[in-house]
Design a protein around this ligand. Structure first.
Ligand SMILES: Nc1ncnc2c1ncn2[C@@H]1O[C@H](COP(=O)(O)OP(=O)(O)OP(=O)(O)O)[C@@H](O)[C@H]1O
Ligand SMILES: [Mg+2]
Length: 369
């Protein structure tokens, strides 16, 4: 099967502290000056390889199917932007392979760019003194669209993104959200099947962010059948719009699955909370608790009883796949009046914190290449 995006053991190193000295030579940092620590070290100096390096990506393997919305989650400095920049040929990787619709990003960049468009938050390139529409016309010209194609596509995109009403306002009058939408219009001018977004909703207010997510999810992915790779810090966003997500942590993928499976990767239980009306704790209630503990799949039962003997609430920790019926049977049989029933499931945030904490062994990403 040909994937929309595939990377194999992708490695990217950035040189770190090498600075040009007065004589125009590179200093390699105090530990590296005047000493050759090993034969390979000497080889690197002879071959002119500078170090130390930050390993921004340390063997990344992802396979994104056509039509998928794939999210990359990760803390600051995890390598998300680097991955996106490699895929859109802005950065060249050091080791491994990366393919876009089967085209090699290193040896076939022109083919890659015909298939994919990246939307980076730092990209602007709009003229403040032109209108939104004029800015798009300028880019359409650059991309080689003829007049008719350009007009049709721009009309369609302005309508598609909800920017039509303000299309003839100067760009300088646009709000951040409108600027972002214009950027989206620009990236859709060429109508490529794959889109990459680096933190698409950062800096947008909640309403604009929700609108933007809708645009990605409903219009681009479902109506236009685009393949979308997006990086985000927003766990809610990842949970709600991505078919699958990968957690990238210091250059390595530490988990890759559907948001729901990721939520349960680190936790194998959920908690049912039941609150009661006017209940007092007595032998009968204890019998119910014992009975609940006997049920297969129940991991533990914690009653909340105040000093006056009022029985307010019970928390039942159960297997993640367990349904509520057998528990409800026992509680109903006891004759207690139920006020509320809640299920507490691990959130994507719980999983993200647990996964990144689990892998937080002391290490830095420095290498000497
Ligand atoms: N041009 C560069 N030169 C040197 N180091 C770089 C360069 N670009 C990125 N890095 C380093 O590579 C690592 C990964 O950076 P990257 O920007 O890919 O992370 P990120 O996951 O996008 O982070 P953020 O969430 O903060 O945007 C970081 O340690 C960063 O300092
Ligand atoms: Mg980034």
């Amino acid at each position: 099967m040909e994937f929309a995006i595939e990377t194999i053991d992708l490695v990217k190193r950035y040189p770190t502290t090498a600075r040009r000295g007065r004589e125009g030579h590179f200093h390699l940092g105090p530990a590296r000056v005047g000493r050759v620590e090993s034969f390979t070290g000497m080889l690197k100096i002879i071959k002119g390889i500078k170090g130390p390096f930050i390993e921004a990506l340390r063997g990344v393997n992802i396979k994104i199917k056509k039509g998928e919305i794939f999210g990359v989650l990760g803390p600051n400095g995890a390598g998300k932007t680097t991955l996106i920049k490699i895929l859109c040929t802005l950065v060249i990787h050091d080791e491994g392979e990366a393919y876009v619709n089967g085209f090699d990003v290193r040896s076939e960049p022109n083919q890659v760019l015909k298939n994919l468009q990246a939307v980076l938050p730092e990209s602007r390139g709009f003229n403040w003194r032109l209108t939104g529409r004029q800015n798009l016309e300028f880019y359409a010209l650059l991309y080689g669209l003829n007049e008719k194609e350009s007009k049709d596509r721009i009309d369609f995109l302005l309508d598609f993104t909800g920017l039509k009403e303000r299309a003839d306002d100067y760009y300088q009058r646009y709000s951040t959200g409108m600027q972002r939408k214009l950027l989206l219009c620009r990236s859709l001018l060429r109508n490529t099947p794959i889109l990459l977004f680096d933190e698409p909703t950062v800096g947008l207010d909640p309403t604009s962010a929700a609108e933007f997510r809708d645009l990605l999810y409903k219009k681009l992915a479902h109506e236009e059948k685009k393949t979308i790779l997006l990086s985000t810090h927003n766990l809610f966003e990842a949970q709600n719009i991505c078919d699958r997500i990968a957690i990238l942590d210091r250059g390595k993928i530490t988990a890759c699955d559907t948001p729901n499976n990721i939520r349960y990767l680190m936790f194998d239980e959920k908690v049912f909370n039941i609150t009661f009306i006017d209940a007092t704790y007595d032998d009968e209630r204890q019998k119910m608790i014992d009975e609940l503990e006997e049920i297969k799949g129940v991991h533990g039962v914690t009653p909340e009883i105040d000093p006056d003997g009022n029985f307010h609430e019970i928390s039942i920790r159960v297997d993640k796949n367990m349904d509520f019926a057998s528990i409800l049977d026992v509680v109903m049989k006891s004759g207690l009046k139920i006020r509320t029933i809640n299920t507490k499931e691990p959130t994507l945030e719980d999983a993200f914190m647990a996964i990144t904490r689990q892998n937080a062994e002391p290490q830095n990403n420095l290498s000497f290449g």
